[in-house]
Design a protein around this ligand. Structure first.
Ligand SMILES: [Ca+2]
Ligand SMILES: [Ca+2]
Ligand SMILES: [Ca+2]
Ligand SMILES: [Ca+2]
Length: 441
């Protein structure tokens, strides 16, 4: 009885959903993660930019890290984290990695055996890697992991010798390692090789590892910064621990527009990351590489839409790419911002995408979270499902005008685990959402 009482954030959100068909589709309501020890919302704090780790040996165990602002009157942020052992139904927020230390850009992931990694960046742009052997309930001492502002992380989960290789990639600017924006760990984040350079380096992107251990990176051009130019590169020897990592010359991707940033509903942040993922199944789209981003589409007649979510793919390992698919189906409009688009590809090849959309409100600052999926290799997407009520994304801003730079999602055979930020309770807080049925385990 008591445990039901303390889930007030979840009940609150569920009560806000409209009755009817849309509500019936909702398998679960979002569950707040940055909660008090009693499970209640903590008034007056802010939390954003979440990243999630899911234990592949027991997907009921998850951890989410985020930027924790104890007061919205401050820009001081710490490395918050929460954990769940009941498939995300309840979350525990024990605290921050290092009390009183400014930390940002959290990146979480899981090794094959369920050891969780948490990469955290300090104010001086050096990153540290923490490990947890107990599903994120506590974290061991950190090791230096190079890194820099706006890193991303991928972990090799193949069964081959590169299993648990951990890769980090970051921007070329304002960082301790500007000329060498990539590093590898071949022992699951315990130690790191020296960072290496990349041709035509990129930023604000992500990394993914294919079924055979090939490494893919997509982003926008970083040197000099050109957010209208999307790039893709791959490494075919990152999997070989005996070789220094090298990359192909990046290819320019035609995404149907450039990437706006620090504008619109997120004036101090990104409106999208460049997401790359790959079909690791042996199904009809095996090996297909996907890149998804928010782009500013060209005007259509008198309508100049500021931001849509576009997807392209490659069946040639990244050499040639498809025309883009517009993932969000809402009408183009001057205030139709489709932002924080986030993608993950399931082990069976299904693609999940979520984004925030302002198209119903007509207001740049009032959005809902939508989700959709594709089972035909990205050619078509299901009708989007609204996963939250409308919320004002400017509510509860800390002294930094953004709702973080990203969300993070991990797909499995039946759905996806999403860590995201919303203000449905009137504050900026981090939530977990299960999309689709939970895996049977
Ligand atoms: Ca709060
Ligand atoms: Ca950030
Ligand atoms: Ca436009
Ligand atoms: Ca749009």
């Amino acid at each position: 009885m008591f445990t039901i009482m303390v889930r007030s954030p979840q009940v609150f959100v569920a009560a806000l959903f409209p009755l009817g068909a849309a509500a019936a589709v909702l398998a679960q309501a979002p569950v707040q993660v940055n909660v008090s020890s009693m499970g209640f919302n903590i008034p007056g704090d802010a939390a954003n930019e979440p990243s999630i780790a899911v234990d592949p040996t027991n997907p009921r165990r998850m951890a989410i890290g985020w930027r924790q602002f104890d007061s919205i009157s401050s820009s001081i942020r710490e490395a918050g984290w929460g954990w769940s052992e009941d498939a995300g139904r309840t979350w525990h927020f024990p605290g921050v990695l290092e009390r009183g230390v400014f930390r940002s850009d959290p990146l979480l992931g899981s090794l094959a055996d369920g050891t969780f990694l948490y990469c955290s960046m300090r104010q001086d742009f050096y990153c540290q890697m923490y490990r947890s052997e107990n599903g994120g309930q506590s974290w061991g001492p950190s090791v230096p992991s190079y890194g820099g502002d706006k890193s991303w992380m991928a972990i090799d989960r193949t069964k081959g010798p590169s299993r648990d290789h951990t890769y980090l990639h970051w921007s070329t600017e304002e960082n301790p390692y500007p000329g060498t924006p990539f590093v590898r760990s071949t022992d699951g984040g315990l130690t790191f090789d020296a960072p290496v350079s990349m041709p035509d380096p990129m930023r604000w992107g992500t990394l993914a590892v294919g079924a055979e251990g090939a490494l893919f990176i997509a982003g926008v051009r970083s040197l000099p910064l050109d957010s209208d130019t999307f790039l893709f590169t791959r490494s075919d020897n990152a999997r070989d621990a005996s070789q220094a990592v090298s990359f192909t010359q990046p290819r320019v991707l035609a995404m149907g527009g450039g990437m706006p940033w620090a504008t619109g509903p997120n004036p101090s942040g990104l409106l999208a990351q460049v997401w790359v993922d790959v079909d690791r199944s042996d199904g009809p789209y095996s090996g297909r590489i996907y890149v998804l981003s928010g782009v500013d589409p060209a005007p259509v007649g008198a309508v100049n839409d500021p931001l849509d979510v576009h997807l392209i793919w490659s069946d040639s390992g990244g050499t040639t790419w498809s025309p883009y698919t517009r993932v969000n189906p809402d009408p183009m409009g001057a205030n139709s911002w489709n932002w924080h688009g986030t993608m993950s590809v399931a082990p069976n090849g299904r693609i999940e995408v979520v984004w925030l959309s302002t198209h119903e409100s007509g207001s740049m600052n009032v959005a809902r979270l939508y989700s959709t999926s594709s089972t035909d290799g990205g050619s078509t997407f299901a009708a989007p499902v609204a996963q939250t009520p409308a919320f004002n994304s400017t509510a509860g801003w800390p002294q930094q005008q953004k709702m973080g730079d990203y969300f993070h999602m991990v797909s499995d055979l039946t759905g996806a685990d999403l860590a995201f930020c919303t203000t449905v309770n009137g504050e900026q807080d981090v939530y977990y959402l299960r999309i689709g049925p939970r895996p049977q385990r």
